[in-house]
Write a protein that binds this ligand. Sequence first.
Ligand SMILES: NC(=O)c1ccc[n+]([C@@H]2O[C@H](COP(=O)([O-])OP(=O)(O)OC[C@H]3O[C@@H](n4cnc5c(N)ncnc54)[C@H](O)[C@@H]3O)[C@@H](O)[C@H]2O)c1
Ligand SMILES: O=C[C@H](O)CS(=O)(=O)O
Length: 481
Amino acid sequence: MQLVERQALIGGNWADATSGKRFAVLNPASGSEIAAVPDCGPAEAQAALKAAATAFQSWRQTTAAQRSTVLRKWAELMLANQDELARLLTAEQGKPLSEAKGEVAYAAGFLTWFADEGRRAHGGVVPSHRADARIVVMKEPVGVVAAVTPWNFPLAMITRKIGPALAAGCTIVIKPAEDTPLSALALARLGEAAGVPAGVVSVVTTRSPADVVGVWMASPLVRKLSFTGSTNTGKLLMRQAADTVKRLSLELGGNAPLIVFDDADIEVAVRGTIASKFRNTGQTCVCANRILVEDGIYDRYAAALAEAVAALKVAPGEEDGAAQGPLINQPALDKVERHVADATAKGATVLTGGKAHARGGLFYAPTVLTGMTSDMALASEETFGPVAGLFRFEGEAEAIALANATETGLSAYFFTRDLARAWRVAAALEAGMVGINEGVISTEVAPFGGIKQSGLGREGASEGLDEYLESKYVLFGGLSA
Ligand SMILES: NC(=O)c1ccc[n+]([C@@H]2O[C@H](COP(=O)([O-])OP(=O)(O)OC[C@H]3O[C@@H](n4cnc5c(N)ncnc54)[C@H](O)[C@@H]3O)[C@@H](O)[C@H]2O)c1
Ligand SMILES: O=C[C@H](O)CS(=O)(=O)O
């Protein structure tokens, strides 16, 4: 396999951990080792941070056009290596190759998007409050950014940070998830080829995240943390950030409702449910987690959904036609099995799946459960696996109440053909992102993020650049009136 890097990128140098320690990266479909990478610690974290602080002084002096050129070239190299990057991503993360290829393009899209946005980071001239003074507002880069990213989208969750950070003139130190470091290292190699200067981007791989990230969180040199991962980890890092008042972008957990109203087009609703619930084998932060179905359509929809889910091909991601890959690791599989066992013990019925797949290992049969109730674990916890739990409701008010009965608020979906209802329900749902008659809404052009305990800030869109900029207001006084 090409593009496999076996060293970390520390301040422009490809290096082993000073301890010599390494850890294996496994293929979740087979359990076989793909490669081993450095198990870095505080020494490497400090070296990467020092290099980023030094590089920041020169990178911030480049023009927006120069930074844009580098980001565009990087995106071009990603697309030129799309097949190789996708094969590597599928090998370490498990998703079907078709989805991995889609992620490469999606990830490159953030670099292209912010290559353009960075050239629009305008400040402004403010109408002065005094005749002898003029006021301007300048946009300046935040500084050194620490990025901590998850395993489920090992490329896109990184470029969603690198893009705006570098476009703004920041430098960045990255700690990728221990399950999927190879995609991050391959990305960094392409960045080097695109002209990213030494120290501007570092990738520090480790099996001990707290040891590496703890150095960055304690240092005043890091002016911003951009984190994507679970809400619990996000809260922990948020507390650590307080000591040095770091800027925060937090993309955390979800528990998305997907509502099917009586007037929905069943085929559209089933297609949208499959797209939302089973993308990346259900291991997506914006996956539908609770399926709320109105009484009048419930039985027809449940039968149609179960038929479609039963037809999903479960296989290693590189196999032709694979629609569902393995779970990322044993704890992820254990959680899926716990949610299904809890639901059936409390009265839910399995329409399809409901057990480990015949392939064994980390493969689980895509599942549809009916008769779900709010006391079940799946109702309040993010399953992060291929399980669609159907809850019954009567009337719009009950649907909204059920949908909003969660501490998170990342995404929500609903299916209806009533335009007035579409506006009412979209306004009533407590979520940062809403899909109407659509199950996949993620794009670099729209602000991605959640409310409540799903996080802070937005990624992508024009707003995504603001997360990496500071406003400096300058008053020119003593001017003749
Ligand atoms: N909102 C979003 O955009 C988004 C996107 C993807 C995943 N997620 C969420 O992430 C979760 C799944 O991802 P995960 O299992 O990798 O989450 P996780 O929080 O376990 O890990 C995320 C990252 O944090 C690191 N980490 C873990 N503990 C740490 C610590 N004590 N100090 C420093 N770093 C630490 C991990 O090594 C990893 O790189 C789900 O809840 C999912 O909803 C959210
Ligand atoms: O896990 C959620 C990520 O944000 C993936 S996507 O942006 O929804 O594709």
